[in-house]
Design a protein around this ligand. Structure first.
Ligand code: AMP
Length: 537
């Protein structure tokens, strides 16, 4: 017997209609590429998103066709999020930090018909436009087309286009399983792979993200996604904030500690989300100012492992709650979040911290397993290391037109992350399967080695990579960037491992470098590092 309830589709347009109706005067504040601070609100964003839909009608972009964006976090990007997906087209966020060859490849692979871009990305557009004949219109997110872009065929200005349309547009209804947006993974080998999100998966993820043990945000919050809107929909924050009616604060290109501090402080930001490298900058600025941004109460650290020293600095020094989170482009991205349970609150500080350095437990909607190389389930004892498999309604079923069979195994997505799971379901990411160090048939967690190094006061950044070894196959080598002015030497740092890990986990050597290569999403590029260190024999 079926229930007798309405079949009302979960559509992205529903989010913006809700935000405009019930939180219309709640602000969207953006630091613009132009350098100034711009103020909008949910009602204005919704009205302008309707104009975006009208512009796409006028450009004859059909339902299901792709509209690319090359843009920072800003109000116009939010308008595109809603105008494109809400009108049944598919938003394709491109990462401007990638190489132009990759960007051109992605535009062509996705078959983008329109590409909207911030004026700062004009050089990228100039380089890719001749190679992307399928793009009918290039829309610069500005008042007018700058002089140096006028020669490109199909070049238009966003504000001129919007001004020429009215906002008499009614958001259409359609199947919630239709595609809403897409994003290419930041894979370091082979062609990038595209993940194609649906309206339903996006709304369910946004709902999950709002929960108290996840982002815990509501209408009284001011939320700053430092995570870019071109990387996994800024962890869904533009959707979750609309769902709960929060104020949205968007930093544009200025992601250094001083700029973030100033914006957070001025706009009363209560909650922010970003990768560890970003938080290093903010913590330095907090140290410099000897205070925190006035209203900041909580941050999510994800995308790469949060070192204990960083969690401790936020919490103990500044009283800012840290939630360590793990996810993937293929998972919209949220999978696990580390929020303590009641029983943890009474634990001694060191044991509480041991829980907080895990990537946390799955939120409702996500199922996890840890398996060995033969696919057999491993115990949830916090010790057995194996590959993490996941499934759930906002996890990818297949890549878009990859030309390969779906990577799913019996309905489970193999994450490529090596983990342990404890009896409460807290997952600890010990490595990417390609980064784990296999020494004498046993595994050494490169992330744990890095976290210990990061706890040393003279270390700014640390990467642990495997180097070939005649007896043990592989041994760990630690690569370290010292803090400015610090005089750390290898022996001192290696002695710092005493008593913290098994002796055979201690790196064989330390190499001091000026910089560790970072990828387009702020993660350490260990492949590149290995290539630099170990030129092909
Ligand atoms: P991406 O799809 O580019 O967001 O990358 C996802 C990958 O980043 C995951 O498979 C993990 O290897 C890594 N990752 C994400 N969050 C964390 C975290 N909190 N700790 C360690 N690794 C993480």
């Amino acid at each position: 017997m079926f229930g007798l309830m309405q079949q009302h589709g979960l559509l992205i347009s529903g989010l913006i209609e809700y935000a405009a109706r019930y939180h219309g005067d709640t602000e969207i504040v953006s630091r613009r590429v132009e350098g100034d601070v711009h103020r909008s609100d949910w009602s204005t964003v919704e009205r302008r998103a309707r104009r975006v839909a009208r512009v796409l009608d006028a450009l004859e972009v059909a339902a299901g066709e792709r509209v690319g964006t090359l843009a920072w976090n800003g109000y116009r990007h939010v308008e595109l999020y809603y105008g494109v997906s809400g009108s049944a087209r598919v938003l394709h966020m491109l990462n401007p930090r990638l190489h132009v060859d990759q960007i051109a490849w992605m535009i062509n692979h996705a078959d983008d018909k329109v590409l909207a871009f911030d004026a700062t990305f004009a050089p990228i557009v100039q380089a890719v436009a001749p190679r992307c004949p399928g793009v009918r219109a290039w829309i610069v997110l500005a008042d007018a087309v700058p002089e140096d872009l006028r020669a490109i065929p199909g070049m238009l200005a966003y504000e001129t286009l919007l001004a020429a349309q009215d906002d008499l547009y009614v958001w259409p209804g359609f199947d919630e399983n239709l595609a809403s947006s897409m994003c290419y993974t930041s894979g370091t080998t082979g062609d990038p792979k595209a993940v194609l999100y649906s309206h339903r998966s996006t709304l369910l993820h946004a709902w999950g993200a709002a929960l108290p043990d996840v982002m815990n945000i509501g209408a009284r919050d001011a939320v700053l996604p430092v995570v870019p809107m071109f990387h996994v929909n800024a962890w869904g924050i533009p959707y979750t904030t609309a769902m709960v009616g929060a104020k949205l604060v968007l930093p544009g290109p200025a992601l250094d500690g001083a700029s973030l501090f100033a914006l957070m402080d001025a706009e009363g930001v209560t909650f922010a989300a970003g990768v560890p490298t970003i938080w290093l900058g903010l913590l330095n600025q907090m140290q410099h100012e000897a205070r925190k941004p006035q209203a900041l109460r909580s941050v999510i650290i994800g995308g790469a492992a949060a070192p204990e020293s960083m969690i401790a600095a936020f919490q103990d020094r500044w009283g800012v709650e840290v939630r360590h989170a793990w996810g993937m482009t293929e998972m919209s991205p949220l999978g696990t979040v580390c929020t303590l349970k009641h029983k943890h609150l009474a634990l001694p500080a060191a044991q509480r911290m041991a829980v907080q350095t895990t990537q946390g437990r799955p939120l409702f909607g996500i199922d996890v397993r840890v398996v060995d190389a033969d696919g057999r389930d491993l115990p949830w004892d916090g010790r057995a290391m194996g590959e993490l498999l996941v499934r759930g309604p906002w996890i990818m079923a297949d890549y878009y037109q990859s030309g390969k069979p779906s990577p799913l195994r019996d309905g489970w997505f193999p994450t490529g992350d090596v983990v342990t799971i404890d009896p409460d379901g807290y997952v600890r990411i010990t490595d990417r399967s390609k980064d784990v160090i296999k020494s004498g048939g046993e595994w050494i967690s490169s992330i744990e080695i890095e976290n210990i190094a990061m706890a040393h006061p003279a270390v700014a950044m640390a990467a642990c990579v495997a180097v070939p070894h005649p007896k043990w196959d592989e041994r760990p080598l630690l690569v370290v960037v010292r803090k400015p002015g610090a005089t750390l030497e290898a022996a001192e740092l290696l002695a710092f491992y005493d008593g913290k890990v098994a002796k055979w986990w201690v790196p064989d050597d330390v190499l001091f470098v000026d910089a560790i290569p970072l990828g387009a999403t702020g993660k350490m590029l260990k492949n590149r590092l290995r290539e630099q260190l170990l030129p092909r024999a």
